[in-house]
Design a protein around this ligand. Structure first.
Ligand SMILES: [Zn+2]
Length: 402
């Protein structure tokens, strides 16, 4: 058993910061959490002293593309072998973990490399974050994601496509409801229809799995929500009607502000196709208005960056927290909740991770200052623990996005 003492604890369930705390960890699980004032002095022998530090649960990133390299045109690598995808993917996942992210959700696999990575992590061959995979996303023929996803048309085919993913080890099902920014499609326009999405969502739920939809346009968002989807990804053109419907159905939202931030920051000057930059700008302008309303209305919102899109690094999850607080003006504690326990609930893993609670996996990070005071401290995580073990990976090289 290991004891950690004298740290300030971000309690994402009690929504408070608990000064001068202690915690014990045994067999990878959190055993006790309490106040130093209640800890017998003899129990501090051999403890890890974290005086002056803040401890919080490991960050979540519920929307990444682990196999995609954050370069100007990630799709230029689509012809690579499965082995190369697996190697890139493992590097990217390690960047997530080294930067303090202990849970990620991969939104679209390639050539089954994501399945191999998941199996390798399970065997303990590499250090990496907890990983949920969609395997292939489900998209209409010629739709957004069709160069790597499973094209399916009509409810029967969509049902079969969902079953294939579940059979092949998908932790959740990803469905494309609209066109996108980084393909030759229109983000505002709908793609898979209600009956198609319903068929896929029903299959996932029957297997006890979550569902997520890529959706920018409001018609696509509404259709996906009516089909029973668990989370709307991006949600750029979300309006009052979508918000009302999502509140009614308990649908979550993952806005992925970072993808627009990095595309616009680097822009055409860094080699990103000008039409992508243009589409990104339009979507992000609309998104700010809708997201503010959705947040105020109480839609469950999660942290996801869309890492793997142009110049959107796999070590950059902290940026989404920064954009929530500094750009959107969201409350820092609520933002931390969105990136931990709320994200865990949305992914269906809150029973075993997402907060520092006895019985849960000891997935936590050590920070030099409180993120409630300075959210940017999440970009300088001092130590990362996963399953109670101090992560031993090379520090991320922030001079490069990949
Ligand atoms: Zn994405």
């Amino acid at each position: 058993m290991q004891t950690y003492i004298h740290f300030d604890l971000i309690d994402v369930i009690g929504k408070r910061c608990v000064k001068d705390s202690f915690m014990t960890v045994e067999d990878g699980l959190i055993k006790e959490v309490g106040l130093m004032a209640d800890l017998a002095p003899e129990r501090t022998a051999g403890a890890v002293d974290l005086r002056g530090k803040t401890v919080m649960p490991g960050m979540f990133n519920t929307h990444i593309h682990a196999l995609s390299s954050p370069i100007a045109a990630p799709e230029s690598l689509n012809g690579e072998t499965s082995g190369m995808f697996a190697l890139r993917g493992m590097r990217h996942l390690q960047q997530h973990l080294a930067s303090g992210v202990t849970f990620v959700r991969d939104m679209n696999g390639r050539k089954l490399a994501e399945v191999d990575i998941k199996n390798a992590l399970k065997l303990g061959l590499f250090e990496g974050p907890n990983l949920h995979i969609a395997r292939q996303c489900l998209c209409m023929t010629g739709g957004h994601g069709c160069n790597t996803g499973r094209e399916c048309d009509g409810p029967e085919d969509c049902r079969k496509a969902a079953r294939e993913q579940l059979k092949g080890g998908a932790d959740f099902i990803k469905i494309m409801a609209t066109g996108g920014v980084n393909s030759d499609t229109r983000p505002e326009f709908s793609q898979l229809d209600l009956e198609e999405m319903k068929a896929a969502v029903t299959e996932a739920h029957r297997a006890g799995k979550k569902t997520a939809t890529h959706a920018h346009g409001k018609a696509g968002i509404k259709t996906a929500v009516l089909a029973g989807i668990d989370s709307v990804e991006h949600g750029s053109y979300i309006d009052d009607e979508c918000i009302e419907l999502m509140l009614e159905r308990g649908t979550a939202l993952c806005p992925t502000l970072s993808t627009h931030y990095f595309t616009e920051k680097f822009g055409a000057a860094a080699g990103i196709a000008p039409w992508k930059v243009e589409k990104s700008k339009r979507a992000s302008e609309a998104q700010h208005i809708g997201l503010e309303k959705a947040w105020k209305a109480g839609i469950p919102i999660t942290i996801g960056t869309d890492a793997g899109t142009p110049y959107n690094p796999h070590w950059g999850t902290y940026m989404e927290f920064v954009l929530f607080v500094e750009d959107m003006g969201f409350d820092p504690m609520e933002t931390l909740i969105s990136g931990t326990i709320r994200a865990a609930k949305i992914c269906g893993v809150d029973s075993w991770t997402g907060s520092i609670t006895p019985g849960k996996h000891a997935d936590f990070i050590v920070l030099e200052e409180s993120p409630l005071v300075n959210i940017r401290t999440l970009g300088r995580v001092e130590q990362v623990y996963k399953d109670g073990r101090l992560v031993d990976l090379p520090p991320v090289d922030k001079s490069k996005t990949d």
